[in-house]
Design a protein around this ligand. Structure first.
Ligand code: GDG
Length: 494
């Protein structure tokens, strides 16, 4: 993304005030390789999208320094970035093994992640993890307060920072606080299992603006506040929460992707044949799945549906190949280790049952692909199988659509992914819990006429192009600016 498409109002506001972004992952990491220090940029559209905005505003980005040479190049944890043309400050927080254990692997990913996805079984809200989560949130908040000037716009990213806004609010009552929650918000009867339910809502309600991907998550959040926070007044029509003299505005803005850049990447020719050869992707027709190996993404459910599809459509053997691109994630957590074993076993089973000497029904790519290869895979796949059991948005669905520059692919999309609210009408909708119907949906997608495929894809491409990352950024930042005058900033509400 470049900042040319930011609205004049946002550009003007940002040139006059400091923007402080707070996220768990950092935009640049320094590591040592063969004695040399190298810089890498983590994959991810949002990080790449915020970076040019930061360059423009000369603000500060506060994040966990996870690179092994991060603190060698930083002074007091602070380093100027981008490394080749420094224009803003990256302030790195050094987390110990114990911090990571309690804050990241513990409370963030064993309590909040499953809870917000409505998956009660793996939820573990350990009070000790929560204390570490609180302590780490406080450290991030202290770093914010150190940087913040009067009127700074502070933008928290995600569920790692449920408590930090409250800590900042106490110290910097005049700051404008916004948070974007990347994952779903659960229903009230799911949320109530969390023993720290009220403390978390107290943290989040310190924001002036809280943004989710969809209207459903906003409604769930307002319902949870109404049931959990006794002194809060919830106005469902205006989607605001009042507490004492302060107001939190709650909005749905579905995160978009940089569609222009995606199209450029997908247009690079020559990449696909090398990739297909390297991984042995045979067959005329290709379906893809791209996800971190996470139990919310419905990967075993997808493989079961593919197995059923081959059982019922043996003629497709040798013709139809499913490519599973998924790198391991959060493997330290038992539920993730178990998922990875389930995926291994299922892939082996299907390949043993249906594979031939020259052809494998499922090709597995375990490593992170460079972007141009990922986008070549998107472009050349006839089907995309997005079968999340629950997903905040699912950017893969949007990236697939934007990569369909030939306009004839088919997106099979779970009705439980946030992306379904925008793309569901023209996608082939699936319920990943129903193996038979999922297998039949694959069959149906393969039998759509070229005209129908093109019509559906054109409608989806319009949506992804019109409401892209730039449009989303304008909505979030303009709404944050609108939230400012509503407060009397002379009083701190603890
Ligand atoms: C969370 C929410 C929400 C994947 N493999 C490769 C690769 N990727 C990139 C994709 C995509 C990203 O990773 C995955 O994004 P998702 O949105 O699908 O999922 P989460 O990681 O779970 O993200 C989700 C999102 O936050 C944003 O708010 O949509 O609901 O769970 O961008 O392209 N990138 C490269 N190689 C790979 O092999 N380069």
């Amino acid at each position: 993304m470049n900042d040319r498409q930011l609205s004049p109002r946002v550009l003007e506001a940002l040139s006059g005030r400091e923007l402080i972004v707070v996220s768990n992952r950092q935009p640049y990491a320094h590591s040592r390789e063969d004695g040399e220090i190298t810089v890498s940029r983590p994959a991810g559209g949002l990080t790449a999208g915020i970076d040019p905005v930061m360059q423009r505003t000369e603000g500060t980005w506060i994040a966990w320094g996870d690179g092994d040479a991060d603190f060698e190049v930083a002074e007091d944890g602070r380093v100027r970035v981008p490394p080749d043309d420094p224009s803003y400050t990256l302030s790195r927080i050094d987390l110990s093994e114990e911090d990571l254990e309690g804050y990241y692997y513990g409370y963030s990913n064993q309590a909040l992640w499953p809870l917000c996805h409505g998956m009660i079984y793996p939820v573990r809200c350990d009070g000790r993890d929560f204390e570490r989560y609180r302590a780490v949130n406080r450290r991030f908040a202290e770093a914010v307060v150190e940087e913040a000037e009067k009127g700074s716009l502070i933008w928290f990213q995600d569920y790692h920072f449920g408590l930090a806004p409250r800590f900042v609010r106490r110290e910097a009552p005049e700051a404008l606080l916004t948070q974007f929650w990347h994952i779903p918000w659960p229903t009230a009867n799911t949320y109530e299992v969390c023993p720290q339910a009220e403390a978390l809502l107290d943290g989040l309600l310190a924001n002036d603006l809280l943004v989710f991907h969809t209207a459903e998550y906003v409604e769930n959040f307002l319902e949870c506040v109404a049931e959990t926070v006794p002194d809060a007044t919830v106005d469902r029509d205006r989607r605001i929460v009042r507490r004492g003299d302060r107001t939190t505005t709650v909005r749905a803005f579905p995160l978009g992707i940089d569609a222009e850049r995606t199209e450029e990447l997908a247009s690079e020719s020559g990449v696909w044949s090398d990739l297909a050869e390297r991984y042995g992707i045979g067959g005329q027709t290709v379906a893809l799945g791209v996800d971190r190996l996470d139990y919310t993404k419905g990967i075993p459910e997808r493989i079961d549906a593919i197995e059923r599809f081959f059982e019922e459509n043996p003629d497709w053997r040798g013709e139809f190949t499913y490519v599973q691109n998924g790198s391991a994630s959060r493997s330290e957590i038992a539920s993730y280790e178990y998922l990875q074993q389930r995926v291994d076993t299922a892939i082996q089973r299907v390949n043993r049952r249906f594979g031939t000497g020259e052809w494998q029904p499922i090709v597995r790519i375990d490593e992170m692909l460079p972007e141009e290869e990922l986008y070549a895979l998107y472009r050349h796949s006839d089907l995309a199988l997005v079968s999340a059991l629950r997903d905040g948005m699912n950017l893969v669905a949007k990236e697939y659509v934007a990569s369909q520059i030939d306009g004839d692919g088919v997106l099979l999309l779970s009705k439980f992914a946030g992306a379904h609210a925008e793309l569901g009408e023209d996608a082939v909708t699936i319920n990943p819990f129903d193996t038979q119907a999922f297998a039949e949906a694959i069959e149906r997608a393969l039998s759509l006429s070229a005209a129908e495929r093109e019509e559906r894809m054109a409608a989806q491409r319009r949506r992804v192009t019109e409401y892209d990352l730039q449009a989303w950024m304008n909505d979030v930042l303009e709404t944050a600016l609108d939230c400012e005058p509503a407060h009397d900033r002379s009083v701190t509400h603890a």
